[in-house]
Design a binder for this molecule. Structure first.
Ligand SMILES: Cc1ncc(COP(=O)(O)O)c(C=O)c1O
Length: 363
């Protein structure tokens, strides 16, 4: 029998979530961020489901190639920009737009042979200190790009937020985001071109930052990065269900210990389920005993260490406690954010981590 572990991708949820983003940012165009294989949901599948997006954002040129090979003709933006001169010809031939975040990239564009034209998004570092020009360097960078005959169309001015998950007016006041917006407005004042600042959290919580382009990723997959909340709190629907089945149910005696390192002791004689999923499938090993799981739709908990192929589940009081019973690790009935919180991470990391041996079912 094939391994019963599968990731079901809910394409209607992807479309619904894009609709929610449009409702929240009605005056903005939407770049659907599909990097990391569509946050683990499948690059081409996600792009085809979100064919009404105004552009796609990727992190790797190879992803842009895959989208073009799949017949997608929307604008594509390479969010991390290009690394070497040979990338420029690939960008041009694929008609892929690029983020420019460092002067070395402008050097490469200036030295590139004449060829097809290219469109640029110019990135400003307003305080996250990852990619982008410092505020006092942005005008020189902009002027150098404008002077290049091969750079066509308007240059979109962009920045990225470090803490937009702390909402405007929230308990922490969202000071960092407000400051980033101030730095951006000041550094770019008078420069022509559309603006783009908002990731998912800013789409949800920072309407002043929506500008001409929003760039949601996680929200499209139904996930929240706002601590203590789930996508459903914002009208979003989870786009992935991770599920498997019980392959064993064993009666274990009181005082016996379960799994590697014997970390969990049975408090009574009890049924323990063994599910065909583990960290080799992308379920986090860091998920401790007590992490929620559904068996036959009924809530229960992980017990013992998650191993590579298997995990053990508390079946006390679970009506469906039999071999073959369906087990849900996350999905619409069990938010991935809850599993992420238990494992000390965010939902994004979990959906991105589902491995290739997991069968994908498109719904
Ligand atoms: C430049 C940029 N824009 C937008 C996004 C989308 O962020 P999120 O998935 O939180 O919406 C990312 C993702 O990290 C990004 O790097």
């Amino acid at each position: 029998m094939a391994r019963p572990t599968s990731a079901t991708i809910h394409t209607d949820a992807l479309r619904h979530n894009l609709g929610q983003v449009r409702l929240r940012a009605p005056g903005s165009q939407v770049m659907a961020v599909v990097k990391a294989d569509g946050y683990g949901h499948g690059l081409e599948r996600v792009a085809r489901s979100l064919v009404n997006a105004d552009a796609f954002g990727v992190a790797a040129l190879s992803d842009a190639e895959r989208l073009r090979a799949a017949g997608l003709s929307q604008p594509i933006v390479l969010l991390s920009g290009f690394d070497e001169p040979s990338d420029i010809a690939r960008l041009r031939s694929l008609a892929v737009d690029t983020v420019v975040h460092h002067r070395s990239q402008i050097d490469m564009l200036e030295q590139a042979e004449a060829g097809d034209t290219i469109r640029c998004w110019l990135k400003l570092d307003t305080g996250m200190h990852r990619l982008g020009f410092a505020p006092d360097a942005i005008r020189v960078a902009h002027a150098r790009l404008v002077a290049l005959p091969g750079v066509v169309g308007e240059i979109v001015l962009m920045s990225h937020f470090a803490s937009s998950d702390e909402f405007d007016g929230g308990p922490s006041g969202g000071c960092k985001t407000r400051e980033q917006m101030r730095v951006f407005a000041e550094a770019t004042s008078g420069l022509a071109g559309a603006r783009s600042l908002a990731n998912s959290a800013a789409v949800l919580g920072w309407p002043d930052a929506h500008a001409q382009w929003v760039r949601p990723g996680g929200a499209l997959y139904g996930m929240s990065v706002v601590e203590g909340s789930i996508g459903g709190d914002f009208g979003l629907r989870p786009a992935m269900t991770l599920s498997t089945r019980l392959i064993a149910v064993n009666r274990i005696r009181k005082g016996e210990r379960i799994g590697y390192s014997a970390t969990w002791e049975c408090p009574e004689d009890m049924d323990v389920g063994v599910a065909a999923i583990g960290y080799g499938d992308g379920y986090p090993r860091a998920a401790p005993a007590g992490t929620p799981v559904l068996v036959g739709g009924q809530p229960t908990q992980v017990i013992g260490r998650v191993s590579m192929d298997l995990m053990t589940i508390d079946l006390r009081g679970v009506a469906a406690a039999r071999v073959g019973a369906p087990v849900t690790l996350w999905g619409p009935d069990l938010p991935v954010e809850r599993i992420a919180a238990a494992a000390g991470t965010i939902g994004y990391e979990l959906t991105c981590s589902v491995t290739r041996r997991v069968r994908v079912v498109e719904q």
